[in-house]
Design a protein around this ligand. Structure first.
Ligand SMILES: Cc1ncc(COP(=O)(O)O)c(C=O)c1O
Length: 371
């Protein structure tokens, strides 16, 4: 693997609890075939979400001869995020489904993944337990409970909830679901990009938001390619990795400045813990990039950061032009375009995965400045 361009790690204080069980473990990147293999299992459960062409002018990008931007509307999934893809892929995996049926599935997440596991388990008639830290807002927990999952609220922070989930896995013989660093989950998340490529075969570039990197790793797998890394300078300040070398679809990773796990890892040359903050942190707030995303980084075109204000602007543009409510993490990839952090070439066909809707709609629809 060739080296990546230098980038300054964010000023985040380094903290210890790693969400990835074995961060330095040797992990082989998920393949395009693995994504293709889970697609039929998802077909009866997860939506084939539509794509929407947005004129560049409608995104505030007038006068630059840009092709329409293709938004992959995965915020229209049941539960309001792409996470149902990975959850369903895991729970329908023939290798583990007997164990899930007998002993249940356990997830540590009060966010979109916990909800997605509860939803998929309910749909498939399987027992599920979701462990959340006491800091999780009740608004996020009620829908998990309503889906019939056992909900355990533990004192402390996310790492404490994860430790309880691990203990319960051992005690019950259950299957532990990881929000972003588990093969089946990554392959499931990759089906969003696989669909997008089928829907828009002439796509040049896909922009994708990164938390722990499950969606990114799945997207890189779906896009495939031979992963030749060619480090170079990103004129817009991004970290440049690849270009895959096969003329295939380029993947650009986007994080907020307050949730920069991938950016920090590329800067340090290895996954490192970062402090996370800001409105996108409830979705993108993993503290360390997952091993699967890290293993696939050779396929990555570029890693970019956007500010919280740029995310809010992207949310408002999406509402303004298409009446879509995206949560901050769901609009982060789009923000790279609308803020000019990613500048497509004239005619370049750019796709953006709009991946989550779970926010108070008023935070997006009310005029700026009014609370
Ligand atoms: C809406 C939304 N977007 C993006 C992400 C990031 O996904 P990943 O952790 O797979 O990078 C999440 C994760 O919870 C999410 O809920």
């Amino acid at each position: 693997m060739a080296s990546h361009a230098e980038v300054a790690a964010p000023d985040a204080e380094v903290v210890s609890p790693a969400e990835v069980a074995a961060p330095d473990a040797e992990v082989v990147a998920v393949s395009r075939d693995e994504v293709a293999a889970v697609q039929p299992r998802l077909a009866d459960h997860v939506r084939r979400t539509p794509v929407l062409e947005l004129a560049a002018a409608d995104l505030g990008l007038a006068g630059r001869q840009l092709a329409p931007v293709v938004a992959k509307l995965d915020l229209l999934q049941p539960t309001g995020s792409f996470k149902v893809r990975g959850a369903t892929a895991l729970l329908t995996d023939p290798a583990t489904s007997d164990r899930v049926r007998a002993c249940g599935v356990i997830a540590a997440s009060g966010g979109n993944f916990g909800l997605a596991i509860a939803w998929a388990a309910d749909r498939l008639g399987l027992p599920a337990t979701v462990v959340v830290p006491a800091t999780s807002p009740e608004a996020k927990l009620a829908p998990i409970r309503a889906l019939g999952a056992e909900l355990l609220v533990v004192e402390g922070v996310y790492a404490d909830a994860f430790a309880v989930a691990e203990r319960l896995r051992d005690e019950r013989g259950a299957v532990l679901a990881h929000a972003y660093d588990q093969r089946q989950v990554v392959a499931g998340q990759g089906t969003a990009a696989a669909e997008l490529l089928a829907q828009v075969p002439d796509l040049d570039t896909v922009l994708v938001a990164v938390g722990g990197g499950g969606l990114l790793a799945g997207t890189l797998a779906a896009v495939g390619g031979d992963g030749v890394v060619a480090a170079g300078g990103g004129g817009d300040g991004g970290v440049v990795a690849t270009a895959g070398g096969d003329g295939g679809v380029r993947v650009v990773a986007v994080e907020t400045e307050g949730t920069a796990t991938l950016h920090a890892a590329l800067g340090a040359g290895r996954p490192v813990d970062v402090d996370v903050s800001g409105p996108a942190a409830s979705a993108l707030g993993a503290r360390r990039i997952g091993a699967h995303a890290w293993a696939a980084r050779g396929q990555l075109e570029r890693s970019l950061l956007v500010s919280d204000a740029e995310v809010v602007d992207a949310q408002r543009r999406l509402w303004g032009t298409a009446r879509l409510v995206a949560e901050p993490g769901g609009a982060t990839a789009l923000a790279a375009l609308t803020a000019g952090r990613y500048r497509p070439a004239p005619g370049e066909r750019v796709g953006v995965i709009v991946c989550g809707a779970n926010t108070d709609p008023a935070s997006v629809t009310r005029p700026p400045g009014r609370s």
